[in-house]
Design a protein around this ligand. Structure first.
Ligand code: GLA
Length: 369
């Protein structure tokens, strides 16, 4: 048995998948999970990279069983969790579940304090590949020690399981969590509003140095397709989450989403930025009156640039190659990642008129030779 996590290869790039919480809350059941897994395959999202199907809070019965094991709510999961996990695996997808480090989950259901080894073992028996461990009802406990116990419990269960730490960034988890879990929340829960999105974004700007392969900042799950934001705002959501090397957990109803939502969630050149193997998170190099420039180094010497317009009117936003650390006079090849078209070879920089709340995404090629 190892000492828990570190670089076990389970999250060399940020995990991608679907989680029930943002759209369904506690209204989860086996039909939803099975149908969602089937929709991931039918819509092409599995091929786009979405792999984990994660049940969030609300799956648990109100009491542990006579042995002290967690059990699923029998009305929601009449065939038990193992049967759902098997169905997910049969579709060549991976299965994730939720618990909480304290006495109860955030919805008041039984949680794992004092049962970490038992619950990790049970999850392993069920075929769990990913566990999100929340932080409600932990009065006075230290997150670092308790999540380290979780890492040990998972190692003892002898099944590869991604550990998603959900402590909301209160104890600066980016400073201790990289050696404990594969990802950690950096902020409170996202809401399906522009104000929430930009608030989350501002909390990420200082954290770029902490992320890398097998250890990712998690600015929370996607709201794309849930209806509270415009198409351009959702484009900003995906584009900036990709720049942040964020885990991409779709949070909408995949069974009924529009073609527009499916196309956005599957945008191949944008997902490639998120999944870039170098694993560097973007830094914000300029921000003035709502016009922002974010830059991310990519494998092989290329760079990704986001030009984000948080203003309520169109703005011309410019990136200069000196923002990328290059000398004046440099010529670089530029590609538009939404249009999937080459823009040309440009000297010194590029400026674009960006509609309100939209984000342009560019790939700046590595220098020739
Ligand atoms: C917390 C988490 C959310 C979700 C809910 C479930 O609020 O931050 O992501 O898991 O609990 O109750």
């Amino acid at each position: 048995m190892g000492l828990g996590k570190p670089d076990d290869g389970l999250a060399a790039t940020p995990p991608m998948g679907w989680n029930s919480w943002n759209r369904f809350g506690t209204k989860v059941d086996e039909a939803l999970v099975r149908e969602t897994a089937e929709a991931i395959v039918a819509t092409g999202m599995r091929e786009a990279g979405y792999r984990y199907v994660v049940i969030d809070d609300g799956w648990e019965a109100g009491e542990r069983d006579a042995h002290g094991d967690l059990v699923a709510d029998p009305a929601k999961f009449p065939h038990g969790i193992r049967a759902v996990a098997d169905h997910v695996h049969a579709l060549d997808l991976r299965f994730g579940i939720y618990t909480d480090a304290g006495t109860n989950t955030c919805q008041g259901l039984p949680a794992s304090l004092g049962y970490e080894f038992r619950d990790a073992r049970r999850f392993a028996e069920w075929g769990v590949d990913y566990v999100k461990v929340d932080w409600c009802h932990t009065n006075g406990l230290g997150p670092r020690a308790l999540y380290a116990k979780w890492a040990l419990a998972i190692a003892a269960a002898e099944r590869p399981i991604v550990l998603s730490i959900c402590e909301w960034g209160r104890s600066r988890p980016w400073e201790w969590a990289p050696s404990v879990g594969h990802l950690w929340r950096t902020c409170w829960d996202i809401q399906d509003t522009w104000a929430s999105l930009t608030g989350v974004l501002d909390r990420q700007a200082g954290l770029y140095s902490y992320a890398g392969p097998s250890h990712w900042n998690d600015p929370d799950m996607l709201e794309i397709g849930n209806g509270g934001m415009t198409a351009l705002e959702y484009r900003t959501h995906l584009g900036l989450w990709a720049m942040l090397a964020a885990p991409l957990m779709a949070g909408n109803d995949l069974r009924t989403m529009t073609d527009e939502t499916r196309a956005l969630l599957s945008a191949p050149e944008v997902l490639a930025i998120d999944q870039d193997p170098l694993g560097r998170q973007a830094r914000r190099v300029r921000a003035s009156d709502g016009a922002e420039v974010w830059v991310r180094d990519l494998a092989g010497g290329a760079q990704a640039v986001a030009l984000a317009n948080r203003d309520d009117c169109a703005r011309e936003i410019a990136v200069e190659w000196t923002d990328l650390g290059l000398p004046a006079g440099t010529i670089r090849g530029v590609r538009d990642l939404w249009l999937r078209e080459d823009v040309g070879h440009l000297r010194d920089g590029h400026a674009i008129s960006v509609p309100p709340h939209d984000t342009a995404l560019l790939r700046i090629a590595a220098p020739l030779g």
